[in-house]
Design a binder for this molecule. Structure first.
Ligand SMILES: Nc1ncnc2c1ncn2[C@@H]1O[C@H](COP(=O)(O)OP(=O)(O)OP(=O)(O)O)[C@@H](O)[C@H]1O
Ligand SMILES: [Mg+2]
Length: 150
């Protein structure tokens, strides 16, 4: 069981947090990320992907909905699916990216920004990561990471 609440004071802190969190992950994990526009979800994912030895550029899949990267975990190659559901208008669009197959696959890791937009199609997730902005300081984010109790 993992439950962390962290105050990030910079983009760098958030990237480091993603990097450190990656060591918790195992093949098949689904990570649901929540937080408004500009909250830091993609920055966190950049750190996470760096820790998983991704060499490709990690960018927001805002228009493509899903990016896939190749990484390594415990000396094994794996695919990392980076999904951003902000722009989807209907959950049926999830079929086009093979969402159900991705979340049930045992051989990769899937990271979902705007996970709330998947509704009840997100029937399995292993971690939730929530980002909150601070009213007084534009560089502060309150980040909570929780593992799912199964
Ligand atoms: N503590 C912080 N942690 C993360 N990002 C920060 C922080 N302080 C400032 N920033 C800035 O906030 C922005 C976060 O952008 P990012 O793309 O990660 O947001 P996002 O949550 O993925 O948004 P979107 O929903 O649009 O995909 C970046 O421009 C970054 O420089
Ligand atoms: Mg993003």
């Amino acid at each position: 069981m993992l439950e962390l609440n962290i105050k990030s004071k910079s983009e760098k802190d958030t990237i480091k947090l993603g990097y450190d969190f990656a060591k918790e992950l195992k093949l098949g994990d689904v990570v649901a990320l929540y937080g408004e526009l500009g909250a830091g979800k993609t920055e966190f994912i950049k750190g996470l992907c760096h820790a998983l030895n991704v060499e490709q550029m990690v960018t927001s899949p805002t228009f493509t909905i899903m990016n896939s990267y190749i990484g390594r975990l415990n000396h094994r190659e794996l695919s990392i699916y980076h999904v951003d559901l902000y722009r989807i208008k209907n959950v049926s669009e999830l079929d086009e990216i093979g969402f159900d197959e991705c979340i049930h696959s045992k051989n990769d890791i899937i990271l979902i920004e705007w996970a709330e937009k998947a509704g009840n199609r997100l029937c399995k997730f292993d971690y939730t990561v929530r980002f909150e902005l601070d009213d007084d300081n534009e560089n502060i984010r309150l980040i909570s990471i929780k593992s799912t109790v199964n």
